[in-house]
Write a protein that binds this ligand. Structure first.
Ligand SMILES: Nc1ncnc2c1ncn2[C@@H]1O[C@H](COP(=O)(O)OP(=O)(O)OP(=O)(O)O)[C@@H](O)[C@H]1O
Length: 417
């Protein structure tokens, strides 16, 4: 009896234990599956994270977030190979929206769009730039990284990372990139009026004073976004008229981030980054590049707009001479303007530029202050234009009143006759 009872108890305990273990295993598997699912979801969310946008345009995080974005780009590539969406990828295997919102193109697409790389627009230190018409009909500019380029891959990655998350109407937008067949290329929006340098020193067309003022304001807004809108802030390091591009409406956009950090000083490998004539003297002596060094370069660009004298043609000497003359900046205003400018506005803009070129960086204005000052000049100009057109309309009203009276008089005299 006792043995039987013991057996029953033993079996019951065994069964209970077995059940307990089965339940535990079941829940462990469920818990593990759930965790794996959550991790997958989290990964997918990070892949679709939007690029960093600031100033109310979207979320902003720190630089590590932009690195996460770059990792996400790679993960997207691996992930897409195996995902159920691979049918979609097969349809679009040459193009896909990367995590930073820019498109990746296949080499053959670019080859076709540039008619086998025959549509060259120009050549910079990065390599040749081509005009390309994509399959969609969109016209773009393709910057190909020269294979012998020293700063190549690092700059390329910087540019893709940086521009992919920076969007502003006064920055040249990066639309896509290509890393294929050992080639690396960047695809930008096409700027049909080329560079400010070509416009100021070429023979094609003369920029009016109004256009120059607007260009100064556009550049200022572009830099303001880089310095004060982007998180973390971006220092351009190679602001110059060749890096300001103009669209079909003559609106200016700042170009060449990342690429601008190459060692490019006077052709010598001095370790300094930037372009001779635009480099802040304080940076030259301290090797420390700050936002104020960008402000200095912008001051030089403003004087280029006023004088159309290139910094390589002793622009600084002219500026210093004019500062000593009683007529001030008036003596160095671009002759091509043929007096078609408002002297007060020119002096106002020159005063802003002088402040940007101050020896002590801390005495230079911030880019927001520069924007404000240029905006004020433009607003005064608009107000004056309004007054003139109002005065003009007043005059024409008076004139037509006189005409009406004359007609009336003539009518009365004919009636008398
Ligand atoms: N997005 C664009 N749209 C139209 N033309 C462009 C575009 N980007 C560059 N270009 C043209 O291509 C040429 C080379 O430009 P790139 O930016 O490579 O060199 P750079 O700025 O002139 O010199 P560096 O590389 O030494 O700074 C320039 O003449 C420029 O006007």
């Amino acid at each position: 009896m006792v043995d039987q009872a013991g057996l029953v108890i033993g079996v019951s305990v065994g069964v209970a234990l077995g059940l307990l273990i089965a339940v535990l295993v079941f829940f462990s598997i469920r818990w593990y599956k759930k965790r794996a699912h959550l991790r997958r979801c989290a990964n997918e969310r990070s892949l679709t994270t939007l690029p960093i946008r600031t100033n109310g345009l979207g979320t902003s995080t720190d630089f590590s977030a932009s690195l996460t974005n770059s990792i996400a780009i790679q993960r997207t590539e691996n992930h897409q190979k195996n995902s159920p969406r691979s049918w979609w990828n097969n349809q679009n295997k040459d193009r896909f929206a990367s995590a930073s919102g820019i498109l990746k193109y296949a080499y053959k697409d670019i080859q076709k769009a540039t008619q086998n790389f025959t549509t060259i627009l120009g050549e910079g230190s990065f390599g040749p730039v081509y005009k390309a018409t994509m399959a969609t009909g969109e016209v773009v500019a393709v910057k190909a990284l020269a294979s012998n380029s020293k700063q190549g891959e690092k700059e390329f990655q910087t540019e893709v990372l940086l521009l992919g998350r920076l969007h502003h109407r006064n920055l040249v937008n990066l639309l896509g990139y290509c890393v294929d067949k050992g080639q690396r290329m960047l695809i930008y929006e096409f700027m049909s009026n080329g560079s400010l340098e070509n416009l100021l020193y070429g023979e094609d067309r003369v920029l009016s004073w109004g256009e120059r003022l607007q260009i100064a304001l556009d550049i200022s807004h572009g830099i303001e976004y880089l310095h004060e809108g982007a998180v973390p802030p971006v220092i351009h390091r190679d602001l110059k008229s060749a890096n300001i591009l103009l669209d079909s409406l003559m609106r200016a956009k700042v170009a060449d981030f990342g690429l601008s950090k190459e060692e490019n000083f006077d052709g010598r490998n001095s370790g300094l980054k930037g372009t001779y004539g635009y480099i802040d003297p304080v940076y030259m002596s301290t090797n420390k590049f700050t936002m104020m060094s960008d402000i200095y370069s912008f001051g030089i660009i403003i004087f280029e707009l006023i004088t159309a004298i290139h910094p390589h043609q002793n622009l600084m000497d002219y500026i210093n001479l004019a500062a000593m003359s009683s007529d001030g900046v008036d003596v160095i205003v671009d002759e091509k303007l043929r007096g078609e400018f408002n002297l007060e506005e020119v002096r106002g803009l020159a005063s802003v530029a002088h402040k940007c070129l101050r020896k002590l960086p801390r005495k230079r204005p911030s880019i927001a202050e520069v924007s404000q000052a240029i905006l004020k000049i433009k607003q005064r100009r608009l107000a004056r234009d309004d007054t003139m057109s109002f005065a003009g309309s007043d005059f024409s009203q008076t004139f037509s009143r006189i005409e009406d009276q004359q007609i009336e008089l003539r009518r009365m005299t004919t009636m008398k006759e």
